[in-house]
Ligand binder design. Structure first.
Ligand SMILES: CC(C)(COP(=O)(O)OP(=O)(O)OC[C@H]1O[C@@H](n2cnc3c(N)ncnc32)[C@H](O)[C@@H]1OP(=O)(O)O)[C@@H](O)C(=O)NCCC(=O)NCCS
Length: 191
């Protein structure tokens, strides 16, 4: 498997990128319903930020995008998808590493993302988050179907907030972030 810039790939690979979005997010209300919408998303990400592809024998195994926020001090990881039959083999981890390296190179202080709970997969679903948002976030747990927040947590991302009802009543978006330079900051001597 090689990780390469999606923008430099032949049209056939970019078409696979769009198809993967449709397939990978088919259960999500905020997913891409058809190839046309997904092709627009690929172009949008390539136009505003950057994207990397995981490729094996001209087949796209997965891809990741990065979009600037806060004048480039923050980079959003969006989207990320790995072909179903290639999951749990380190493809997602390799793509996130490529995203982080490139975002850091472009000046990121923070990597960020939103991971929807639109299927009652976590303890943040179906409850009144407004009552005590910090407590709900501190007590966040997966309800058994391995929501992707577990994947991101494994890669060092922490929950920094949530958007109640982002996907309908009781279906929040979970915000996670990671410092791009934490180790460097720790190495700096105290003033
Ligand atoms: C989430 C996704 C990108 C993970 O990709 P992947 O290639 O399967 O992940 P990796 O194999 O690199 O996993 C890295 C680590 O995370 C763990 N992991 C991966 N998915 C996990 C999940 N859903 N729950 C818990 N742990 C998970 C792996 O076991 C591995 O652990 P390790 O540290 O012991 O090696 C993939 O499942 C996917 O494309 N899902 C559909 C689209 C999606 O949900 N995208 C994210 C939306 S925000």
């Amino acid at each position: 498997m090689t990780i390469a810039e999606l923008g430099g790939q032949p049209d056939a690979v970019r078409e696979q990128a769009a198809a993967l979005l449709v397939d990978g997010f088919d259960q999500h209300p905020r997913g891409w319903r058809d190839l046309e919408a997904a092709t627009g998303e690929v172009s949008h990400v390539l136009g505003r930020g950057f994207a990397f592809a995981a490729i094996e024998d001209a087949r796209l195994l997965g891809w990741i995008g990065g979009l600037p926020e806060y004048e480039g001090r923050v980079w959003e990881l969006h989207p990320l998808v790995v072909r179903r039959e290639h999951r749990l083999r380190g493809v997602g981890r390799a793509l996130v590493a490529a995203f982080e390296d490139e975002a850091r190179r472009r000046g990121a202080l923070t990597f960020t993302l939103g991971t929807d709970d639109d299927g009652g997969q976590t303890s943040l679903a179906g409850v009144d988050l407004y009552v005590d948002i910090p407590r709900h976030i501190a007590a966040l747990r997966d309800l058994g179907s391995r929501h992707p927040f577990l994947f991101y947590r494994r890669l060092g991302y922490v929950v920094t907030g949530c958007m109640p009802d982002a996907n309908g009543p009781g279906r929040p978006d979970i915000y996670m972030s990671k410092s791009a330079g934490r180790e460097d900051r720790r190495r700096q001597p105290a003033e």
